[in-house]
Design a protein around this ligand. Structure first.
Ligand code: ADP
Length: 186
């Protein structure tokens, strides 16, 4: 499996990898959920299938989640200890606040992880499936938010961006290069 590692503050803490999010053994995986939190297709369906019915039962107690916000549950049968559910924006052309809402998904998920004392987290490419957000644009937002968080939080160990397939991996590697270049980090 190909991996790109980027050092943030001297330690390798931001990783772009190709893989299946449901197999990641981290403190929390992030679910690209819908506002009901009651399951759906894509990565959401895969997470619920792998976690088992207890996950849906806990989600039912949460009363949903608005776009850009995040909620935490246990991970049940997943290798990950927790699932952080966040609701990405549906792409409507880019002028309905989609960028800001997607950035909020990453920021609020990371803040929730920190609040619960977690140290490792893995994200899918939120909103880039059924919700139609262009992946290159989404990947830049993801990389920017994760880098900013790691810079602020030297105690956080690792953020992984898990790409589903080789094409998604290439898009995220390019985003990592671009964000690094734009920030003057070489
Ligand atoms: P959204 O509704 O937020 O667009 P989707 O689940 O439809 O959510 O897609 C989000 C991204 O997750 C897509 O890029 C899709 O290819 C990817 N994806 C789907 N299944 C998995 C998986 N098992 N692991 C990692 N990423 C996945």
């Amino acid at each position: 499996m190909e991996t790109t590692v980027e050092a943030v503050r001297g330690r390798e803490r931001l990783r772009v990898v190709e893989g299946d999010l449901t197999r990641e053994a981290v403190d929390a995986i992030v679910n690209a959920a819908n506002p009901s939190l009651l399951g759906g297709g894509g990565v959401d369906g895969a997470i619920h299938r792998a976690a088992g019915p207890e996950l849906l039962a806990e989600c039912r107690t949460l009363g949903g989640c608005q776009t850009g916000e995040a909620r935490i549950t246990r991970g049940y049968r997943l290798p990950a200890r927790h699932v952080i559910h966040t609701v990405g924006p549906v792409w409507r052309g880019g002028e309905r606040g989609e960028d800001g809402l997607l950035a909020a998904c990453y920021r609020n998920s990371l803040a929730l992880a920190k609040e619960h004392g977690l140290k490792t987290i893995a994200f899918p490419s939120i909103s880039t499936g059924v919700y139609g957000f262009p992946m290159d644009r989404a990947a830049r937002i993801a990389v920017r938010e994760c880098r900013a968080f790691l810079t602020r939080e030297p105690g956080f160990e690792e953020v992984r961006l898990v790409c589903f397939g080789a094409a998604a991996l290439a898009v995220h590697q390019e985003a990592l290069r671009e964000v690094r270049r734009d920030s003057g980090a070489g």
